[in-house]
Design a protein around this ligand. Structure first.
Ligand code: SAM
Length: 244
């Protein structure tokens, strides 16, 4: 019974994550089908708006990074059962993103505007490719484990948790962090860059660069020499010119 509830909880957390992910695409892309976007959000004086937005990005970054660390997980699993630890992380990450988007303040002054049809089209193609790379990368790593469903499913089936596997398929042959490369492209590729959008892109880019440092430290702890060798051979976010 308890294990079935874990799976239900994991499914709800996953549904919330997926809806939040879809909303994030619309938020960054300023799609008019959603009520609040990066450039059509709450209004305040530029100084106040910038301070609130920076605090919101920091809140997301701190939640995302602190809760991902093995030390935090070790303490946390004394409160949260192991089969739903990842789902709880996913749920908190979604809540942090929802808070960021709900309280975001627009800063609409333009930084660049590409009016040329082909130039704008290329940037929209890049935008879409960025999100596609993000989603594809989750499947290359293990989508259902990354978002907590596998752990709850295995618990229901009374299977042991899957041991960690160092994966290097497809994008991972060219860069070590394709999911973050996808986010970089998605945040920066826009025909109309406003101050607010730039703040979001810079803030989340800095966060990702910091997150990579911590993530790689953990990956070396888990995979040792195998990850050190991978890091030597393969670029971080951009493929190394001249190959391996
Ligand atoms: C949000 S994913 C991001 C993965 C990677 N940083 C990227 O940008 O593609 C974070 C999780 O992926 C795991 N991870 C990162 N690289 C991995 C790899 N090559 N093989 C297996 N797991 C990996 C990390 O341990 C972490 O739990």
């Amino acid at each position: 019974m308890m294990r079935a509830l874990y799976l239900l909880y994991a499914a709800v957390a996953y549904a919330i994550f997926f809806a939040t992910f879809l909303y994030l695409i619309a938020f960054v892309g300023n799609f008019s089908l959603v009520p609040v976007t990066v450039d059509f959000a709450r209004v305040a004086t530029p100084g106040i708006a910038a301070m609130i937005d920076i605090a919101l990005i920091a809140l997301f970054g701190i939640q995302h990074s602190v809760m991902a660390r093995p030390g935090f997980k070790a303490g946390w699993t004394r409160i949260v059962p192991a089969p739903i630890e990842r789902s709880t992380y996913v749920l908190f990450a979604s809540i942090a993103l929802i808070v960021m988007m709900a309280f975001w303040h627009q800063l609409p002054a333009p930084v660049w505007t590409i009016t040329h049809g082909a130039g704008a089209a290329i940037l929209w193609i890049l935008f879409a490719s960025g999100w596609a790379i993000v989603l594809t990368s989750t499947f290359l790593i293990n989508h259902f484990e990354l978002f907590g469903l596998q752990q709850a499913w295995f618990a229901l089936r009374k299977r042991a948790a899957a041991p960690p596997v160092l994966r290097q398929p497809f994008f991972y042959k060219f860069v070590r962090h394709p999911l973050y490369s996808g986010f970089f492209i998605a945040f920066w590729a826009t025909p109309v860059m406003t101050v607010g959008h730039l703040l979001l892109a810079v803030g989340l880019s800095i966060y990702m660069l910091i997150a990579i440092r911590y993530e790689e430290r953990d990956l070396i702890d888990v995979f040792g020499e195998a990850y050190v060798g991978y890091r030597r051979r393969v670029g971080m976010l951009i493929p190394r010119v001249g190959g391996r």
